[in-house]
Design a protein around this ligand. Sequence first.
Ligand code: ADP
Ligand code: MG
Length: 399
Amino acid sequence: MTDRAGGPAAASTAGQFLDPGQPAGRRRMVSDAFAARFGTAPEVVGRAPGRINLIGEHTDYNGGRCLPLALPHATYAAVRRRDDDVVTIHSRTVDETWSGSLADLAAAGGWAAYAAGTLWAMEVDHGVDLLIDSSVPVGSGLSSSAALECAVAVATDGLSGRHLDEARRRELATACRRAETEVAGAPTGGMDQLVAMLAPEGDALLIDFHDDSVRAVPVPLAEVGLELLVIDTGVRHALADGAYAARRRECAAAAHLLGVPLLARAAQDSWSRLEDDVLMRRARHVLSEGERVDTADQAIVEGEWAELGAVLDASHASLAHDFEVSCEELDAAVESSRAAGALGARMTGGGFGGSAIALVETDDVGVVAASVLAEYASRGWSAPTFLRVGPSPAADTVP
Ligand code: ADP
Ligand code: MG
């Protein structure tokens, strides 16, 4: 069973390049909408990016490494402090309003759980009016959920005028992750909130979930005439959430059999000791993906772009065959990108729909997008949406 994700807004951009807009223009839009709804200007506007994961998929909850980068596409949150304990949150994306008291925050459901849950996890002790707008496609594997949480977090934190240093950014990332796992009820490994809060502008962020350490990885693609093309398939298969939980259980079972607390801590070739074919393949993906993160990191440092493309391809194959989280729409996006000249391509995010990324020469972006569009049309599928992306700044207030 397949859902078309994103509703009318996504449908109207299908087959096109999705413009992230400029922060100043987006700030004006969200401030004007806030004033129209709440009668005064907001005190603070926060911005938090969506993300792609370059490589290192399904590794965060296994204590492994990943290499995400922040997108220019972002969620904006305008906020004003209230003197009572009333919280009102309006999202222009879904055109819905949630309202309640501070005591109701942890009981918010649906989309509001991500926003109200963030205020709950931050232990906000006063009411707020919030207005949300976004250029991140929703439910497309580009982490609109963390973008929503982190936009709410930096905007609301900004009411105090406190400086956002790395320690505070990490605290907010933890609060956002708690909102997603404990209030929205979506198990998440932590990559999305950390990259949204810590991404260095212009760089990808290598995160090692062994100790939650981070390191900036400069990715000078534009300088060498390359870019990353995101293909949002527009589909989200209904089994996605259940399968994600199942993969987590399988990884935990494999780790247990190998005698380690988290699968990424097992010795590199220890997967071959597992007798169960499914657990063996899950472990082989997680352990080999860790090696591919290192290979990608090295290829980027050395400017070996063909090598980077090859390791993206290898990651996709592992996710499709060993981890079994791809689907025919993702495979088609990846294969037609490569056929049209991409240096490499892979699914990104949890899988079962959502988005793929392709490493493409800037001159070939149009050809690659046209090739994917033609492939989708020939299969009778709706047109995907494309995003041209490069490493963008982390969440912050927008002055
Ligand atoms: P992804 O994070 O890949 O986009 P998720 O399923 O994790 O997909 O999160 C999508 C959900 O997050 C949406 O179904 C909605 O509940 C919520 N959400 C994200 N962005 C917004 C937004 N701008 N307004 C309202 N809800 C949002
Ligand atoms: Mg998400």
